[in-house]
Design a protein around this ligand. Structure first.
Ligand code: ATP
Length: 808
């Protein structure tokens, strides 16, 4: 029988009987057909594996799936391929470049002429692209901040004038109506853009960039329209008065700019500049995206070192020294560009005193004594507890949203509702009589109302400013400005609003609201400590509420997002104070440890709720007894070295897989039902489509004409198989896949354990890993989803949990 037909028969058996789970041998090790490595572990051993595994694995992958479960993996996310495809075309390109270099050297070119050799040219191009990413990221940040400042200026000045007109409180409600309009309209517009134009622009963007750097292709994450919606959306959200910051989205903006610039073309604008073609590969793009994310942090917080550490801590699975240099350079350029332009804009040209979007201001005296450290540690504990509570509430809200707020209009209405509730809470709080003297603060829009002359209402001034300005007041204001009642109301209002806001269909950052909540309870904590020390008769000279506000803010942020190294450095750079580093480190670390006892960081929580096949840093515990044979998929859809066009087309149309092992099948050897031929290489779906598109059929002898450029041109959005026309006549032709397949793609032995496979995927950014037996025959295939399915239970009972795969 024709081997292709045998393949098809195997596949149709599985398709006809999906409940047999034959595609997923895991937990079916008792089934002798699927226990492949008979030499290694007999069926009795396998049964033991299965038993021990069953006690560890908590859920079956085929249980009923309901929306909003965090133990799902979505089939819709594809993987990026960070492994270089070493096919014959690639090797030819390399050897041509090499021989060119040798000829130049033998001609005795002067050193400066050698600058033109391909290696140096590539290096110069890389540095140039990095520089452009830094400049453009800073430019977007500048546009965002100027837009917010100018629109807010107009909004608050107008509202203040309306409130001032109503000194006798009789017409305050008109100011309230205007306030509602000024808030709801921009929020509705921003939400409309997110819902209908670029849903991936919702939120801070940090989770999706984390996923991208981890190797997951989140649809539309680095598109131009996403950048536009993100930038416009963050302006509307901040201007609309929501409890959001503009800093988190900058990281996403930087990443999109990096992905766009480095490719030298825009698919959205249908423009190909025919430059940087060498960078049109996943792994090259990933390096630039890491740099873009770092540039975003540098621009947002004025923290170039924090940016590098952020990319290191949160993203990169792959890291080397030269990449670190480039990322650092990108952050520096971004920091410098933003600083010089904003200093000019604020009327201090050449002073370089506006390093980031968020400006915490200068702190003169942040000295601390040894005695204070335990207090800061206690604050770390509180930060961890509050952070865990915040994440839990937000998790429940997000699940509720995923289940019940699905309609696009409902999502916009919810965003508008949150902005109206925020305005109403703010408006109602202003009726609390809390006045303070003008001299003690530098508020921009002080409202006197029923306060005595020389005083202004604290609450009006809190709400009549951007969140960044409010955070600055919390960190800097003297101890008498924020009364206890004001702080308590502010803390609860922001806790509720911040928690409700994160996850709405708007572009929003998490850093600033979380820092504000932390600064508010930090000040309250300071009040408590000073009362206690006074009561105990100790000196309260060294206690100042600013320090408590800073530590509270750091602890709260650490408790919510659970970043440690980068967060501490970001805060140290943003505060412009290195001496206060130890209290920050202590509080952030302790907050993370405490928070981790209860749940995971908010970004990770959202990643899991989105069912992304995300690979953690480490393989799950207790997984050394799980072997390749138990996690691989079987049977494998393979292609022969010289394959029929009709069969390739059929496979691409009927199968959704993105990678196919290329095998050699010796006549008569195919009867072994466990193997699929001798392994020769791996070819990807999009490569096959390019081959079909260019009709490189053996019979028409066109394969020599195809170069790597043809493959790069179709990157990253390759045509689908439905867009390729193959005539019935052409279906009988054949293609030689050997020059195009990755002939040295990584494979793994069937005896390998899950942690070994996991480390290969994580460290090398793999997409497919064929499993081979001792005779180099393909017996199965493992992809990211196969290993991402296993997760160590983080809470409750220890052990492994197995995630369910959903189609949505
Ligand atoms: P990705 O979507 O990550 O780019 P993919 O589409 O090739 O890769 P997945 O969607 O991860 O593969 O695979 C879904 C399931 O199909 C996995 O269990 C995987 O092991 C299996 N699979 C992948 N490629 C093949 C193949 N060529 N033959 C048989 N099964 C495969």
């Amino acid at each position: 029988m024709d081997t292709n037909i045998k393949f098809r028969n195997k596949l149709s058996n599985v398709a006809a009987n999906p409940s047999s789970n034959e595609r997923t041998p895991l937990l079916r090790t008792g089934d002798t057909k699927l226990t492949l490595s008979n030499e290694q572990h007999s069926s009795t051993d396998s049964l033991m594996f299965s038993e021990s595994l069953n006690s560890l694995v908590e859920s079956s992958p085929y249980r009923k799936i309901s929306v909003g479960m965090s133990n799902l993996l979505s089939q819709k996310y594809e993987s990026l391929d960070y492994d270089i495809c070493e096919n014959k075309l690639f090797l030819t390109e390399q050897s041509i470049a090499q021989s060119k270099l040798i000829t130049e050297n033998s001609k005795g070119c002067l050193p400066y002429l050698q600058c033109l050799n391909s290696i140096t040219r590539l290096a110069i191009m890389r540095w140039f692209v990095i520089c452009m990413i830094g400049i453009l990221t800073a430019s977007v940040a500048i546009l965002i901040t100027i837009a917010i400042e100018e629109i807010s200026k107009y909004k608050f000045a107008y509202l203040k004038s309306r409130v001032d007109e109503c000194k006798n409180n009789k017409c305050l409600f008109t100011a309230y109506y205007f306030w509602l309009i000024f808030s709801a309209v921009p929020v509705a517009f921003g939400s409309f853009l997110v819902v209908f134009v670029a849903p991936v622009a919702a939120g801070s963007g940090i989770p999706v960039i984390k996923c991208y750097l981890n190797g997951v292709k989140v649809p539309e994450v680095v598109r131009l329209k996403t950048l536009i919606v993100k930038a416009v959306g963050v302006v509307t959200s901040v201007v609309g008065g929501l409890a959001v910051g503009k800093e988190g989205p900058m990281i996403h903006c930087g990443a999109v700019i990096a992905a766009g610039i480095s490719q030298g073309k825009s698919t959205t604008l249908k423009k190909n500049c025919k430059i940087f073609e060498e960078f049109r590969e996943d792994h090259e793009k990933r390096d630039f995206v890491s740099a873009g994310a770092a540039a975003g942090v540098a621009a947002a917080f004025g923290a170039p070192v924090g940016g590098v550490l952020f990319s290191l801590e949160e993203g990169a699975s792959f890291w080397n020294q030269s990449l670190t240099w480039r990322i650092f350079f990108c952050s520096m350029i971004s920091y410098f560009t933003l600083n010089s332009v904003l200093s000019e804009y604020h009327g201090h040209p050449g002073q370089l005193s506006y390093p980031g979007l968020v400006n915490f201001g200068r702190f003169e005296n942040l000295d601390y004594t040894f005695k204070e450290l335990p207090i800061y540690m206690v604050m770390g504990v509180i930060g961890g507890l509050l952070g865990a509570l915040y994440n839990h509430l937000n998790y429940m809200l997000t699940v509720f949203r995923m289940r019940y707020v699905k309609h696009p209009v409902a999502r916009i209405v919810e965003a508008v509702m949150v902005s109206c509730v925020g305005v109403t809470i703010a408006y109602l709080s202003t009726f609390i009589h809390d006045c303070c003297p003008y001299e003690s603060s530098d508020v921009k829009y002080p409202v006197q109302l029923d306060c005595e002359n020389g005083q202004y209402s604290t609450f009006w001034s809190i709400w009549f400013q951007t969140p960044e300005a409010c955070l600055r007041s919390l960190l800097h204001d003297s101890d008498d400005i924020w009364g206890v009642l004001t702080l308590v109301i502010f803390f609860f209002a922001y806790l509720v609003l911040g928690c409700w806001t994160y996850g709405l269909s708007i572009s929003s950052g998490l850093f600033i609201p979380t820092l504000m909540i932390g600064a508010a309870w930090g000040r309250l904590f300071g009040v408590g400590v000073s009362k206690l020390t006074m009561y105990m008769g100790f000196s309260t000279d060294s206690l100042c509420y600013s320090k408590f506000a800073i530590v509270g803010a750091a602890a709260m942020l650490g408790g919510v997002i659970r970043m440690t190294i980068s967060l501490t450095v970001i805060l140290m750079e943003a505060l412009g104070n290195i001496t206060f580093g130890l209290p920050l480190m202590l509080s952030v670390m302790i907050a993370k440890w405490i928070g981790d006892i209860f749940n995971e960081g908010l970004y990770d929580c959202h990643i899991h709720l989105a069912s992304v096949p995300f690979l953690e840093w480490e393989p799950p515990h207790f997984s050394y007894t799980i072997f390749a044979t138990e996690i691989m998929s079987y049977p494998v859809v393979c292609l022969k070295c010289i394959e029929k066009v009709g069969f390739i087309e059929h496979i691409l149309k009927t199968e959704t897989h993105n990678g196919f092992p290329v095998v050699e099948i010796k006549e008569g050897s195919y009867d072994n039902i466990h193997t699929f031929g001798s392994y020769k290489g791996l070819i990807l779906r999009w490569q096959l489509i390019v081959l079909l598109q260019h009709k490189v059929f053996l019979e028409t002898k066109q394969e020599e004409e195809l170069t790597l450029k043809d493959f790069r041109d179709s990157y990253p959005r390759h045509p689908t198989i439905q867009q390729i026309h193959i005539s019935p006549h052409e279906r009988n032709f054949t293609i030689d896949l050997t020059p195009f397949m990755n002939q040295s793609a990584y494979t793994i032995s069937q005896r390998a354990s899950l942690p070994r496979i996991f480390k290969l995927f994580r460290a090398l950014g793999l997409r497919h890993l064929p499993v081979i037996d001792d005779n180099n025959s393909v017996v199965g295939i493992v992809t990211r989803k196969d290993i991402a399915r296993f997760r160590a239970r983080k809470h409750g009972k220890y052990g492994l949990e197995e995630l369910q795969v959903s189609l949505g």
